[in-house]
Design a protein around this ligand. Structure first.
Ligand code: PGA
Length: 241
């Protein structure tokens, strides 16, 4: 693991965008594994600027996202499809048909997950997977568990995740209790992984991810096994490293 310590969220976003822009320049038709949440928002803003000033183009990019709430339509403001459209896709020249998320409206969990596995395989492998880190160590919606679940699956969100995500809804009751998430196979098969971690609330879990045992109780600890992981952490998040 390469750990880049930066001062604050601003610098984290700048470095995150440079990392992804470099990938796009090296391979303009690459497959990006993308993430939602607060961590990548500043990075996406900088990527939009880089597109606007002509430094990069997304026209040949394919994207696969990590996860989607089960039961939310893509037009629901808290769906991850809506997040990706408004935070990135609507502002760059990516072809929407080449952007994939699990189908939150598919009520049959088995079908939703099998379909997404076929999509992950169909895009021919992820070149760069972007990740945030949950307060409980989750990546995507792979919550702390007794096993590392290999494939896309339907998860029951933990209370810690529901609490963390309540800030986006009117109340905690509105937060969906289930989500579809890419499993560890999809994430770990990416050629490169970039993790963005910001804020003091992530310091303790980040230290466990980097220095603790590899265990499904700390989902991101499995990243220790991947040959090409870069973590960009701001000073608050890196305080215990
Ligand atoms: P955050 O979420 O970027 O909003 O902190 C990260 C995550 O839960 O994966």
């Amino acid at each position: 693991m390469v750990i880049k310590k930066v001062t604050d969220y601003e610098e984290l976003s700048k470095k995150g965008a440079q990392f992804i822009a470099a990938q796009i320049i090296m391979k303009p038709n690459c497959v990006l594994g993308l993430a939602t949440g607060g961590s990548p928002v500043g990075t996406y803003q900088r990527l939009i600027k880089a597109y606007q000033d002509g430094s990069i183009s997304f026209k040949d990019i394919t994207s696969v996202n990590l996860d989607e709430y089960k039961g939310l339509d893509g037009t629901h403001p808290q769906s991850y499809r809506y997040f990706m459209n408004t935070n990135l896709f609507d502002h760059v020249d990516i072809i929407k048909e080449n952007t994939y998320l699990p189908d939150g409206l598919e009520p049959d969990s088995e079908k939703a997950c099998t379909d997404y596995e076929a999509i992950i395989d169909g895009v021919g492998g992820i070149d760069l997977q972007l990740l945030g880190l949950g307060h409980n160590g989750h990546i995507g919606f792979n919550e702390p568990n007794t096993v590392f679940e290999k494939n896309t699956h339907c998860v029951e969100l933990t209370q810690s995740t529901i609490d963390a995500n309540t800030r986006y809804f009117n109340s905690s009751d509105e937060v969906p209790r289930q989500a579809y998430t890419m499993g560890y196979r999809g994430i770990l098969s990416a050629k490169k992984i970039l993790v963005l971690v910001s804020g003091s609330a992530k310091a303790s879990i980040l230290a466990q991810v980097v220095n603790g045992p590899i265990t499904p109780e700390v989902p991101a600890s499995i990243l220790q096994l991947h040959p090409d992981v870069t973590i960009i952490a701001d000073a608050e998040a890196a305080a215990l490293l």
